[in-house]
Unconditional design. Structure first.
Length: 303
C-alpha cells in the first residue's frame, strides 16, 4: 500500500510539472477572455488607407469567439464612426458569434465610440468607458462643396451627360437644388431611424434620456454617458476582468494575421509595396482628400 501511495504521489507531481508546460490559456479552470481591438474610421477604404470593415476583421472575431476556455470576449473600441453599412454589419456579426458560442461580449471604450463606433459598441452586453471617453453622436451626417462660382471665375464650362432625372443630384459644380437637398435629408432620416432602432434594441430599458436628448447627434463624456444609459459603468479592461474572473484571468489579444501568413490569406503587411500600391500612386490626390476627411472626423471629437 505504501509503494502504491508513493507511486501515486510521484505520478501527481509529474502531471503537475507537465502542466507547467501547457499555455495558461489551455489549462482547465483558467478563465480566458480574448481581446479584440477595433480602431479607426469605419469603411473608409482607399488603396493606401484601409479602414475598418467586416471583411477585414471577420477572421479575427471568429478566432476570438473560438478561443478555448473563453468565458467572454472583450472588445476594445476606439472609433469616431464612418460607414453605417459596415458598422451595422460588424455589429450583426458580433451578435451572431455571441449567440452561436454562448459568450457574453464586454466592450471597453478608449478615446471615442461615436456614430458608427458607438453602433459597434452596442454589440456589447455591457459597455465600459473611461471618464474622459466620448460616446454617442447617434445621427447621420453628409456633406459636399459648391464649386460653381469658382469654375465661372477660371473660365471652365461644366459639361455633364446623364440618363436618369436625378443621376447628377448634388453635383458640386452646379447650383444647389432644394429638391435634391430634400431627397438627401429624407434618406438621412431613414438611416437615422435604423440607427435609433438598433440602439433602443441593444440598450433597452437602460437608456435614461428621451429622443430629444439621445438621438440628436450630440456626444458626451464617460460619466454623463453612463447616466444616460449609453454605457453601463466606468471601468478599464484589466481591473474589470480581474474583478469578474479572478486575478489569474488570461486576456490574449487576438490580432489580424501578419507576415507570411498574412500574404497567404491575401492580407497586406505594413510597409509592403506591390503593384497595387504603385498603381495607387496615380490616385494620390484622392488619398490626400481621404486623409483630410479622416482627420476631420477625428478632429470633431478633439483628437
Amino acid at each position: 500500500m505504501t509503494d502504491q501511495t508513493g507511486a501515486l504521489r510521484k505520478s501527481t507531481a509529474l502531471i503537475d510539472r507537465l502542466k507547467e508546460w501547457i499555455p495558461a490559456r489551455l489549462r482547465r479552470g483558467t478563465a480566458v477572455v480574448p481581446v479584440v481591438r477595433l480602431s479607426g474610421v469605419i469603411g473608409a477604404v482607399t488603396p493606401l488607407r484601409p479602414g475598418m470593415t467586416l471583411t477585414g476583421i471577420a477572421r479575427t472575431l471568429e478566432r476570438a469567439f473560438g478561443t478555448r476556455n473563453a468565458k467572454a470576449v472583450a472588445l476594445v473600441i476606439n472609433s469616431p464612426g464612418g460607414s453605417p453599412v459596415q458598422s451595422r454589419q460588424i455589429y450583426l456579426r458580433i451578435r451572431q458569434l455571441a449567440a452561436e458560442k454562448g459568450l457574453p461580449v464586454l466592450v471597453f471604450v478608449e478615446d471615442v465610440a461615436a456614430s458608427g463606433g458607438y453602433m459597434i459598441a452596442c454589440a456589447g452586453d455591457e459597455i465600459f468607458c473611461d471618464p474622459s471617453s466620448i460616446l454617442g453622436s447617434i445621427g447621420v451626417v453628409g456633406g459636399s462643396f459648391g464649386f460653381q462660382e469658382l469654375i465661372k471665375k477660371i473660365g471652365v464650362e461644366r459639361r455633364l451627360y446623364t440618363a436618369g432625372e436625378h443621376k447628377a443630384m448634388l453635383d458640386p459644380f452646379k447650383p444647389e437644388n432644394p429638391d435634391d437637398v430634400a431627397r438627401v435629408k429624407a434618406l438621412q432620416r431613414e438611416i437615422h431611424s435604423i440607427f435609433i432602432a438598433l440602439v433602443r434594441k441593444s440598450r433597452g430599458s437602460r437608456l435614461k434620456g428621451g429622443e430629444d436628448v439621445l438621438f440628436t447627434g450630440e456626444y458626451w463624456a464617460g460619466e454623463t454617458s453612463v447616466s444616460l444609459g449609453l454605457a453601463d459603468a466606468i471601468g478599464d479592461l484589466r481591473s474589470t476582468l480581474r474583478a469578474r474572473y479572478g486575478d489569474k484571468v488570461r486576456t490574449p489579444v487576438i490580432a489580424p494575421a501578419s507576415g507570411m501568413l498574412s500574404g497567404l490569406l491575401g492580407r497586406r503587411s505594413p510597409g509592403a509595396v506591390g503593384l497595387d500600391a504603385l498603381q495607387g500612386i496615380a490616385g494620390l490626390p484622392d488619398e490626400l482628400i481621404s486623409a483630410l476627411e479622416t482627420r476631420a472626423i477625428w478632429a470633431k471629437f478633439g483628437f
